[in-house]
Design a protein around this ligand. Structure first.
Ligand SMILES: [Zn+2]
Length: 410
């Protein structure tokens, strides 16, 4: 088999395209494949009108490596002069318009970049960091263009900080049984973070929203109420976020008490922070004895712990009514506890109770969004932080957007 025929086959070229020559540059570790076209009429890429060649222009594309050799396609590409659309380069089948890589290379690069950071990927692919970033940006753009914008019935909202922790984006995810995917990344948090998402839809479309899970945030809740019809009863304050608040309050009780005891030379609480935060059934065996012992002492922390364990039972209720009754019982205990941080959370929960017990109607949590959160956190780590907001948003959609990123091979 001649090398030109071999590359004809490898590139899958069809008439009128053919490989005219193959040059191996051993020193540069490169294979240059020259593609030409037979004389024919060409379609204007805009109107598909057939016309003759006006001129040629040389273009080069990086293709998949041939063994360890970087492979470049070189072609004198015909340009046509359309009376309506001016001078245009005809569409080549192996690359997208304006692309500097072949579609097959770009597909491979996307698959690589899905698995590693931009810098690691660019190293593996032997392309520059900017080129790798460009491939990711084009991939997301392609994915978004193909995506059908429609309202998700079950939505999770969360904020995510980045930069030095003082910049925020708002993540809007569709929570489905099959998968949770990021639908939208908004700039900022609260109302600002959601504005662009709502503006994609009209009021009638937004009726399709069934439920929205979020942290106890007045700003997000208000934004939902302002935009989604019949929203107040659709909002569910996420149980994991609520438990986080409860755990924080317990931690505060423990910290204060530890300080107090330390000043009297009593170190009984030293090194126990983590032990109190486990759900009782998840306490590692090595802590069981310590916890058992501490529970028996007259400690504020032990009282706070019992309250924390008790409220976990709320989500075992089966109806809103049952949840309300359960909460009121717990609340009167919490309020009499003389533990200020716990009382504070209890009051906050009471204020928000309708949107806490709405869980029993909608059965939604942000648990799946937590998985996405972890993935985003690892993106931030791999990228050594993000200074550029657009790049951060693009990376979130590239990795968590469930988009069809790949160029189509015809
Ligand atoms: Zn035209």
């Amino acid at each position: 088999m001649k090398d030109t025929t071999l590359y004809d086959e490898l590139l899958g070229l069809k008439q009128p395209w053919y490989v005219a020559g193959v040059r191996l540059e051993v020193v540069k570790q490169e294979v240059e494949v020259e593609v030409r076209s037979k004389d024919t009429t060409w379609a204007c890429p805009e109107c598909q009108g057939r016309m003759h060649i006006h001129e040629y222009t040389e273009r080069r594309w990086r293709h998949l490596d041939s063994c360890q050799f970087k492979t470049i396609i070189v072609c004198q590409v015909p340009r046509v002069q359309c009376s309506e659309h001016g001078t245009q380069m005809v569409q080549v089948p192996w690359a997208e318009k304006q692309g500097r890589f072949t579609k097959l290379f770009e597909r491979f690069a996307i698959a690589v970049l899905q698995e590693c950071s931009t810098s690691a990927g660019s190293g593996l692919l032997k392309i520059s960091w900017d080129e790798a970033d460009g491939i990711k940006q084009r991939a997301v753009k392609r994915g978004l263009e193909r995506k059908e914008e429609k309202v998700c019935p079950r939505i999770g909202i969360d904020e995510k900080s980045y930069g030095k922790g003082n910049k925020f984006v708002t993540i809007v995810a569709s929570i489905q049984e099959e998968a949770t995917i990021v639908e939208h990344v908004g700039d900022g948090k609260g109302k600002d973070g959601l504005r662009d998402y709502w503006s994609k839809f009209d009021k009638i479309e937004l009726q399709a929203v069934e439920t929205i899970s979020m942290d106890m945030s007045a700003a997000y809740r208000q934004s939902v109420i302002d935009n989604v019809p019949d929203a107040p009863e659709k909002v569910v304050f996420d149980r994991f976020h609520i438990m986080q608040h409860v755990n924080e309050s317990l931690n505060e009780v423990r910290r204060e008490e530890q300080k107090e005891l330390n000043s009297m030379g009593n170190t009984i609480l030293a090194g126990t922070r983590i032990i109190w935060l486990y759900g009782e059934e998840n306490v590692p065996e090595r802590y069981n004895n310590i916890l058992g012992e501490l529970k028996g002492k007259k400690l504020k922390t032990a009282r706070g712990w019992a309250l924390k364990e008790a409220i976990r039972g709320l989500w075992k209720c089966s109806t809103e009514k049952e949840g309300q009754v359960f909460f009121e019982e717990w609340y009167s205990w919490a309020i009499r506890s003389r533990l200020e941080p716990v009382k504070k959370v209890a009051r906050m929960m009471k204020r928000h109770l309708p949107n806490i017990v709405s869980y029993f109607r909608h059965r939604i949590t942000n648990a799946a969004l937590e998985g996405i959160n972890n993935k985003i956190q690892s993106l931030i780590k791999k990228a050594y932080g993000y200074r550029n907001t657009d790049r951060f948003k693009n990376d979130i959609l590239f990795h968590c957007g469930g988009l069809n990123l790949y160029p189509e091979i015809c």
